[in-house]
Design a protein around this ligand. Structure first.
Ligand code: A3P
Ligand code: MG
Ligand code: MG
Length: 366
């Protein structure tokens, strides 16, 4: 087995001015409805409208017993993203060119790797067609097991708080088109995380062109009339209220993930819902995504550096393009606590189930 190694450390190689980056632009979208059925439309797009100050503190645990939870066991691979690309190509009668096609979650792992020694990841990639397309898909995620001390809420409950926060912070239509009853009734609405709106964007790091798909939580106002203008997306996050330095440092590390995740899709604003240890939502804070790295440097401990993340990602992806350039399936792996990313071939031919047959059929017909 021929393994190619990319050194993450030392990081000073990636400091300095930023590699060329392209602003992400939405080229397509799709939705999952309340039953998680795929739809080629924006029906699950939501509008941001925060809970009213008079509704705070708000109990994020309420309704946990009626949670309509998505069964995330089946691996959906890249299917929805590829179906959306096929539809786009059919509509525009143009090939959607890219070096890398993947989910935003995969890219977040790569982008945050310089400052996340602890966690590991594994993803599969395949090489398809002449224009160097690499298709990446998660194989599995390695995460440290977290044991909850007795008396602490369960992991499931804490995940529910995040979805509950989303439910009480969005409305299905613009404010003008939504009834007051609907807005006030949100705190009693059944929480359902099966519905999603996913934006598919074109973006770039250094010389590498990417098409990335990822969920966006809500829009601030509405989509711009001119398609090329940025969209005022909003990312919603919950986090525990900060009392001491240890908690502040933990939050600063969390901000790295919030920032990278939003940066990749061009989401300009993050709304953080601070909650207490019992899941009571206390207050909301608005963060501008582009201002987060500067804030961390100026006001925080400087535990991470956004420029380094961007330059690292550009350098790594350019390198990856030179490695994954023959038929077959590849594995991209970072072990827990490891300072390197390994890339090696796991299958000599085929696409390892990464590509849907409908996508392969469509592309080979062209
Ligand atoms: P919070 O981020 O507020 O905790 P996203 O922020 O990506 O839109 O995800 C929405 C919610 O999904 C999260 O809200 C969290 O509740 C849940 N979630 C996302 N990733 C998770 C993970 N790896 N494990 C558990 N819950 C997760
Ligand atoms: Mg989300
Ligand atoms: Mg969110």
């Amino acid at each position: 087995m021929n393994s190619h190694i990319f050194d993450i450390q030392p990081l000073h190689r990636f400091s300095g001015s930023n590699a060329a980056i392209r602003r992400p632009r939405e080229i397509a979208y799709f939705s999952y409805d309340d039953e998680h059925n795929f739809r080629l439309d924006e029906s699950s797009m939501r509008y941001y409208y925060p809970p009213q100050p008079s509704q705070l503190p708000l109990d994020l645990s309420a309704g946990f017993d009626t949670f309509q939870k998505l069964d995330d066991a089946p691996d959906e691979h890249l299917d929805a993203l590829l179906d959306t690309i096929v539809a786009l190509e059919q509509n525009t009668e143009k090939k959607c060119e890219a070096d890398i096609v993947t989910w935003r979650g995969m890219m977040t792992k790569i982008m945050t790797a310089p400052f996340d020694m602890l966690n590991g990841f594994e993803m599969n990639a395949t090489y398809f067609q002449v224009e160097n397309n690499t298709y990446k898909n998660a194989q599995k995620e390695i995460q440290r097991n977290q044991r909850m001390p007795p008396g602490m809420p369960s992991q499931d409950m804490m995940a529910y708080w995040g979805y509950k926060f989303e439910t009480v912070s969005v409305i299905p239509d613009t404010w003008g088109e939504t009834s007051r009853e609907k807005i006030e009734g949100r705190i009693h609405e059944i929480v359902n995380n099966k519905a999603q709106y996913c934006s598919v964007v074109r973006t770039g790091f250094g010389k590498v062109k990417l098409v990335i798909g990822g969920e966006v939580d809500a829009i601030w106002d509405c989509k711009p009339v001119r398609k090329e203008d940025p969209i005022n997306w909003v990312e919603l996050k919950t986090t525990a209220e900060l009392f001491n330095d240890k908690e502040k440092l933990k939050y600063e590390r969390k901000l790295l993930k919030f920032w990278a995740q939003s940066f990749l899709l061009g989401v300009p604003k993050i709304i953080v819902g601070f909650r207490d240890r019992d899941g009571m939502l206390l207050r909301l804070e608005e963060l501008e995504t582009h201002g987060i790295p500067g804030k961390v440097k100026r006001e925080g401990r400087g535990s991470w550096d956004g420029n380094i993340c961007i330059n690292f990602t550009a350098t790594f992806l350019e390198w990856l393009k030179t490695i994954v350039n023959t038929e077959g399936t590849w594995r991209i792996r970072k072990r827990e606590k490891s300072p390197v990313i390994e890339v090696f071939k796991v299958e000599e031919s085929g696409n390892g189930g990464i590509l849907s047959s409908s996508f392969v059929e469509w592309r080979t017909k062209q």
